[in-house]
Design a protein around this ligand. Structure first.
Ligand code: SAT
Ligand code: MN
Length: 627
């Protein structure tokens, strides 16, 4: 360690100590660290090593500030409650600051990078005073990947360091790869809450002014003001999707908002699937599903992000860049996702904005059918169950749920009892099928197979969903969410579609994954779900797998291929033929209402929408008899 040795260096503020940077630390990294320290003026600078001792020190610190409470009921696990204004991604404060505004496109906020830097530099000025500045080297994906994807996050939040230690491969090994000369992404984060001498800290310091900013050309991230989730754990959405999507465009691969799962048929045939759903649409549940149909087995490789590259054999290989799960807590329980429950039961987890039980455990809506008689809610208040909301969720007498709807469990993925061995494969797994899904009450059938790759890209590009609580803003509004990437495409959405089309053009179509569109959330006229979902979704996966070799029948409709008579295994499900038909139906009236929305969406993106997708829209209208 070269503790203190920079105190006298040129431009280094007197008294700043750099702790834990081993000899041989990359000069480029050191000079960036010193530049940031000079701007933000922390009391200390600490390189993180990812060790257990470091975890213990972080925990000790956060117990002291009241940021976390130790759970008596779970080993090495802690409860945190955020400031009630800092609970989700802030999409209206998220920017793609490309040099040319056209490169951000119509779906991103844009500001000139120089202008943004001067605004944020003023905010960063002195913003870490009274705090420790942590320098966190991390690696997204396996260390032994052909091109390990490295980053360094600077942060003044102990909660962020602890969470990143769960969510990424973090510490000494990543630093060694950086020191060896591998490229790395700069990710600067501050909660924006300096402490005056003697000032008492609060449990969840943050700032009302928030910016989440990507500079794509520089592969750089600047985040200010929030300590929550994807706003602050910069390896996740900011790096692995927004910045990585730009790298992927430039280098010919895909960075996607997808789970990865392994499925084994009763005959022992193994396939790997990737699936994109907007946040809080059951992605984690699907990634860990327990099939209800006999003989089928699902194992998990990832629940949120997939990076996909063509292998030498011409197939598309996926890796999960993450090391943990950051799952939506409410609705997760022994009957909906027993494997997530088994994962957190092993401890080593952080729970944020859920409720605390009197015996030192956590609770949230859906964890058990009946809540305990008394809880401390996520806002730290006494909570006793009273009524139910329209979704059957528990409320107290003030009409509030005990947990925030975007409350999260943060837990090591390696603790998942059904983690596939291939999770550790440096080149990932070959993908047989890609599923796009959204949350739609109407219009979209339970499952539709695309006609070909280009039509599949059209399905993804026009994917839509009702909004959820994962981002701030109204919940339940239908919006287009292309490839479930709307808040995460780091460049022009039309160029992103073109990149998807190009990926298929360069490939051998027979080796490309087949593309499907699913909707678990279609409702009947009375508002009831037409499909039971959860473990029963294995029946849809079975149909998908059997479509790969053509053994399951399909009928062609104007929007694609849906399950043919008797081809979807609904044995023992108790669905009537009418109910199944309603789940699968392609309703011309509903599609007549949908087409203008797709046209509006393409118009919004503008000229960059590839001609091939405009052609897809035209032929869809023709097939529907709408043109
Ligand atoms: O807060 S995150 O953006 O990381 C979680 C999510 O919305 O998927
Ligand atoms: Mn997500």
């Amino acid at each position: 360690s070269i503790s203190g040795s920079f105190s006298a260096g040129p431009g280094v503020p007197a008294g700043i100590k750099v702790e834990g940077a081993p000899a041989g630390t990359s000069p480029a990294l050191l000079s960036w660290v010193l530049e940031v320290a000079e701007l933000t003026r922390p009391d200390r600078v600490v390189f993180t090593d990812g060790s257990d001792q470091e975890w213990d020190r972080l925990i000790e610190h956060m117990l002291g500030t009241g940021t976390i409470t130790k759970l008596a009921a779970k080993e090495n696990s802690y409860w945190a409650a955020s400031d009630p204004t800092d609970v989700a991604r802030v999409e209206d404060r998220t920017y793609i600051c490309s040099v040319d505004p056209a490169d951000a496109g119509a779906t991103n906020n844009w500001m000139d990078p120089t202008a943004m830097k001067s605004i944020m530099t003023a905010l960063y000025e002195g913003c870490m005073t009274g705090r420790t500045m942590y320098v966190m080297p991390f690696c997204m994906g396996p260390y032994d990947a052909p091109n390990p994807k490295l980053g360094v996050e600077i942060t003044d939040s102990e909660y962020v360091v602890a969470s990143m230690r769960i969510m990424t491969r973090m510490g000494t090994k990543a630093l060694e790869l950086i020191n060896a000369g591998n490229p790395w992404v700069k990710a600067l984060h501050s909660i924006g809450a300096p402490l005056a001498p003697g000032q008492q800290d609060v449990p969840w310091p943050c700032n009302d002014t928030k910016y989440i900013v990507q500079f794509p050309e520089e592969r750089t991230i600047w985040s200010f003001g929030s300590g929550y989730g994807g706003n602050a754990l910069l390896g996740k959405k900011c790096y692995s999707l927004r910045i990585a999507s730009v790298m992927a465009r430039d280098e010919g691969w895909l960075a996607e908002h997808m789970l990865i799962l392994k499925i084994t048929s009763p005959a022992g045939k193994v396939d790997y699937l990737a699936a994109a759903f907007p946040s809080a649409c059951g992605k984690t549940n699907l990634a860990m599903l327990e099939p209800t149909i006999p003989g089928w087995k699902v194992e998990t490789l990832g629940d949120d992000i997939a990076w996909m590259t063509f292998g030498e054999d011409g197939r598309l290989y996926a890796v999960n860049p993450e090391y943990g799960l950051f799952g939506v807590a409410p609705g997760t329980g022994w009957n909906t996702n027993p494997n997530a429950m088994r994962t957190i039961a092993q401890g080593n987890s952080l729970f944020t904005n859920v409720a605390l039980t009197d015996d030192g455990d956590i609770w949230w809506e859906g964890l058990t059918e009946e809540p305990p008689a008394h809880l401390t809610d996520w806002k730290g208040r006494d909570w006793t169950p009273s009524g139910l909301d329209e979704h059957g969720r528990r409320l107290d007498s003030a009409g509030e749920p005990s947990s925030h709807p975007n409350s999260r469990f943060c837990t090591p993925i390696t603790q998942c009892p059904i983690i596939a061995d291939e999770y550790f494969e440096p080149v990932g797994v070959p993908i047989s099928a890609i599923l796009f899904g959204g949350r739609r009450k109407t219009t979209i059938p339970l499952v539709t197979q695309s006609r070909d790759w280009q039509h599949g890209v059209f399905m993804g590009a026009t994917l839509s969903s009702e909004t959820t609580a994962a981002a701030t803003g109204a919940v339940g509004v239908v919006r287009r969410d292309p490839m479930a990437m709307l808040p995460f495409i780091g460049y022009n959405a039309g160029d992103y579609f073109a990149h998807w089309i190009d990926m298929g053009k360069g490939a051998d179509e027979s080796k490309l994954p087949k593309i499907f569109y699913v909707n678990w959330f279609r409702r009947d006229a009375d508002g009831g779900f037409l499909w039971p979902g959860f473990g029963e979704n294995s029946r849809v996966l079975k149909w998908v797998i059997e479509r790969l070799d053509g053994s399951a029948a399909a009928v062609e409709t104007p929007i694609g291929h849906v399950p043919g008579e008797g081809s979807l295994d609904v044995d023992g499900l108790g669905l009537t033929a009418d109910e199944l038909a309603a789940a699968l139906t392609v309703d011309r009236e509903e599609w007549a209402a949908e087409i203008p929305l797709i046209e509006e969406w393409f118009a919004k993106i503008g000229d960059s929408v590839p001609t091939s997708l405009r052609d897809e829209l035209d032929s869809l209208k023709l097939r529907l008899g709408l043109s």
